[in-house]
Write a protein that binds this ligand. Structure first.
Ligand SMILES: Cc1cc2nc3c(=O)[nH]c(=O)nc-3n(C[C@H](O)[C@H](O)[C@H](O)COP(=O)(O)O)c2cc1C
Length: 311
């Protein structure tokens, strides 16, 4: 069955950089677009052009992206948004979802959700000057879904491209189940296009969510696609003749890309291993495989192990 669902690759810092996104899309078509990991929220005075490397259009030919910003200072946000506009971007995304304590303690990411007045003041200052579209990636709140329930009706007054909602609280990090009831309530409270995000790990889960939320047409998938790279294609009805060989070729291309870019085996393996935290799920018993990968200290050991898994 073919499905025209709009699938968006979620940002996973440390894995889904421009190299990964491009190679992934070549081997596993199925995503319509991606959100890049957010650009570090430095002051405009300390901005360096190399911060934009991951979002440069020439590094994102295979899969269109939206660049995300974590800034909460309107001037710094606009400074970077103008740079992105000059690169040709027609939309930027504002992150209100990051749960990392280093971020939330500065009242950024999901740490800003308990302060709706600050969010609205930011939007009041940014939107009239922005000149391109704005979308938001958020969670249900930092400590309580009442935070998003209070915020969403107020966001209806702003022209937003869409709102991506990960159905967890910031304080949960990535623990616990997705709160589907609260997500359903969000759909009723918002006039904006809402993107579903969280724990889409199989085609069956996706279909179940589609039935549960018929008003949703955009779906963001992160860890599920890292654990099973065929997932976006499976949802879209794309078949692969020799999955194991396909996965091996994908892995080897990614590996040789990072080998060319990075300085030495420690950096190279340090770059590849985070993917295996998720990919190991395709090779049960997951914990055993991940432990073996984690232990690899040399390229030879790593490649022998990967070849034995992907033979
Ligand atoms: C290791 C890791 C890194 C992440 N990095 C980012 C990030 O840079 N920006 C962001 O908006 N979300 C980030 N996320 C959140 C994901 O984009 C996504 O919202 C979350 O994983 C839920 O979706 P999933 O269940 O499909 O993975 C990260 C998640 C993980 C697990």
């Amino acid at each position: 069955m073919t499905d025209t669902a709009n699938l968006i690759l979620a940002p996973i810092r440390g894995i889904t950089d421009c190299h990964f996104r491009s190679i992934f899309q070549t081997y596993f078509p199925g995503f319509n677009s991606a959100l890049a990991p957010f650009i570090n929220p430095q002051r405009s005075s300390s901005f360096q052009p190399k911060q934009l490397k991951d979002v440069l259009p020439e590094n994102n030919q295979a899969l269109p992206i939206r660049p995300p910003l974590l800034h909460t200072n309107p001037e710094d946000f606009l400074f970077l948004a103008y740079r992105l506009q000059n690169l040709g971007y027609k939309e930027v995304n504002w992150n209100l979802g990051c749960p990392a304590p280093m971020v939330t303690k500065k009242q950024r990411g999901s740490g800003l959700l308990p302060f709706p007045d600050r969010i609205l003041s930011f939007l009041d200052q940014v939107i009239p000057k922005l000149g391109i579209k704005l979308s938001i990636k958020t969670r249900l709140g930092y400590e309580n879904p009442r935070e998003i329930f209070a915020l969403l009706p107020q966001l209806n007054q702003y022209p937003l491209a869409d709102i991506i909602i990960h159905g967890r609280l910031g304080c949960q990090m990535y623990r616990g189940d997705i709160d589907r009831n609260s997500f359903a309530r969000c759909l009723n409270l918002s006039d904006h296009v809402i993107v579903y995000n969280g724990d889409i790990t199989t085609k069956e889960t996706f279909r179940e969510l589609q039935q549960l939320f018929p008003a949703v047409h955009r779906w963001m998938i992160g860890r599920g696609a890292l654990a099973n790279p065929f997932l976006p294609g499976e949802i879209k009805g794309i078949t692969t003749t020799d999955p194991q060989q396909h996965l091996r070729e994908f892995h080897h291309e990614l590996y040789s890309c990072y080998r060319d870019l990075l300085d030495g085996p420690a950096h190279l393996l340090g770059r590849m291993k985070p993917l295996w935290i998720h990919l190991a799920e395709s090779f049960p018993p997951q914990q055993k495989v991940w432990k073996k990968i984690k232990k690899c200290k040399t390229e030879d050991k790593y490649l022998d192990l990967v070849d034995s898994l992907l033979k």
